[in-house]
Design a binder for this molecule. Structure first.
Ligand SMILES: *Cc1c(COP(=O)(O)O)cnc(C)c1O
Length: 471
């Protein structure tokens, strides 16, 4: 009986040729390739057939039902999978949201280089083959005080390459308090193993003294490595030798010292009252032989790992066979060079690099934006939700300055006839998707990480999301 019924229901399914003749489909064919439309119709019919077989309730087998499904499928397929989102999390360097947004100057540079050919590996003076690193090396040296510099795919790659060149089959001393794990399971100990170096742990989790390093050096370690504890802090009964002391110890023993700074900053963030992130220049000045850091954390450029320091070591790293496997492409170099140029005029850097601007926007300005947005949202969500301005805090993110809570203002939305988690999901389903968070049953939209061009789409998106969950 059941089988008989299924067959009956399958019969209701319209045939592809009948659907093709439908006026709505004829209209699709005006801007869609016929093969795409056929595929969409076939997928819609197959899906309906499967749903019937699964005894799914309320399957609409009418021509309109099938067409509506096919249309949805076509639209979804045309949509870019990687797309812009509105970051209302307040986390400035959100790794899941692409870390640093680029400065307008970097975007222009990318477009210019990407749309045609470039001198990425051509020396325009001699007409001979040039080095791709030459475009950014002088800038990196000027901005950090280093003798030489190189860039690779990301900081994880930079650390790996430096260890591979400087410490393969050798022993590297690292404090137990610095054996960092970064999100995405990047562990210093694992990278060390993969590079062919052997980790020698010194000191304890909370305290590592000069004499711990001295013993390791007397015991014959070949390299001292300092790792910035970017995403955590050991507070209380704790000690790490100052960098200058560590440099002196290593160099007295005739051993090089390297530092993974993680984020690395080219400016002094403390001057703006933000945290205690060490600057690259300070490490170079202290005499560290090789420093590595990310391009898309506090620097505010694109994903890249910077390696800078003593020329002798950079030259060796440059000749490492595996550099080729980690090399950056021309778009990355364009974005990085344009961003570094902004640092030549500190004021421009603070103003034009979105990461730095967002971190330093004062809270009075944020309050005004939040109040304006709250008025607009209240107007368009009417009686379906309550919207208020909330004084809260933002995070730096990207594994930088974990203790830093920056005062900010946010919209707090409370859907009256639905739940916050449904609203949060509906916001993600907007175009562009809106990424927020929930606190105490309210959806929180921090305005610190919004761009001016997000405002209108944000209000629209909230309205559409409210409508979607009200249905
Ligand atoms: C972020 C970080 C890394 C990894 O850098 P990526 O650019 O993400 O590869 C390595 N070490 C430290 C200390 C970090 O903070």
């Amino acid at each position: 009986m059941a089988i008989h019924m299924d067959i009956e229901r399958y019969r209701e399914l319209p045939a592809v040729h009948r659907l093709l003749a439908h006026p709505e489909v004829e209209q699709w064919l005006e801007d869609e390739a016929r093969s795409n439309v056929l595929l969409a119709l076939q997928v819609a019919i197959d899906t309906a057939r499967r749903l019937v077989a699964e005894d799914a309730p309320d399957v609409d087998l009418s021509v309109e039902g099938i067409l509506s499904f096919a249309h949805q499928w076509l639209e979804q397929r045309a949509q870019m999978h990687l797309q812009r989102v509105i970051n209302a999390t307040g986390t400035v360097l959100h790794t899941n949201l692409g870390r640093a947004p680029l400065a307008p100057e970097a975007l222009v540079a990318i477009m210019d280089v990407a749309k045609g050919y470039s001198n990425v590996e051509l020396d325009l003076t001699t007409g001979e083959r040039g080095h791709r690193y030459d475009h950014v090396e002088p800038l990196l040296c000027e901005l950090t005080g280093a003798e030489a510099a190189l860039v690779v795919n990301n900081n994880a790659a930079a650390v790996w390459l430096v260890l591979n060149e400087m410490a393969k089959d050798k022993r590297v001393a690292v404090s137990r308090g610095e054996l960092v794990e970064i999100g995405g399971s990047f562990r210093i100990s694992e990278v060390m193993r993969a590079s062919g170096a052997t980790l020698v742990e010194v000191g304890t989790t909370n305290k590592t003294h000069e004499y711990d390093y001295e013993r390791a050096l007397a015991d014959g370690v070949d390299l001292v490595m300092r790792v910035h504890t970017s995403n955590f802090r050991i507070v209380g009964f704790s000690y790490q030798p100052p960098l200058s002391a560590l440099v002196a110890l290593a160099h007295t023993a005739g051993v090089p010292i390297i530092e993974d700074l993680g984020s690395g900053s080219l400016l002094d963030l403390r001057s703006q009252g933000i945290g205690d992130e060490p600057s690259v220049r300070a490490s170079i000045l202290a005499g560290v032989d090789i420093v590595t850091f990310s391009g898309d954390k506090l620097l505010g450029a694109t994903q890249v790992g910077v390696i800078c320091g003593k020329r002798e070591w950079i030259d060796r790293i440059r000749n490492n066979q595996l550099l080729r496997a980690l090399r950056v492409d021309k778009l990355t170099l364009a974005a990085l060079e344009a961003t570094l140029r902004l640092y030549l005029d500190e004021e421009k850097a603070w103003k034009n690099i979105p990461t730095l601007r967002m971190l330093t926007t004062n809270s009075e300005e944020l309050r005004m934006i939040a109040e304006q947005l709250a008025r607009e949202v209240t107007l368009c969500v009417g009686g379906h939700a309550r919207c208020r301005v909330l004084e809260t805090t933002s995070k730096v993110g990207g594994g930088a300055l974990p203790m830093e809570d920056i005062p900010t203002f946010a919209l707090a939305l409370f859907p009256i006839s639905s739940t916050s988690s449904r609203l949060l999901k509906a916001l993600r389903e907007q175009s562009p998707p809106i990424i927020a968070r929930i606190a105490k049953d309210e959806v929180i939209l921090d305005v610190r990480t919004l761009f001016e061009w997000d405002y209108e789409e944000l209000v629209q998106g909230i309205r559409n999301a409210m409508n979607a969950i009200a249905e």
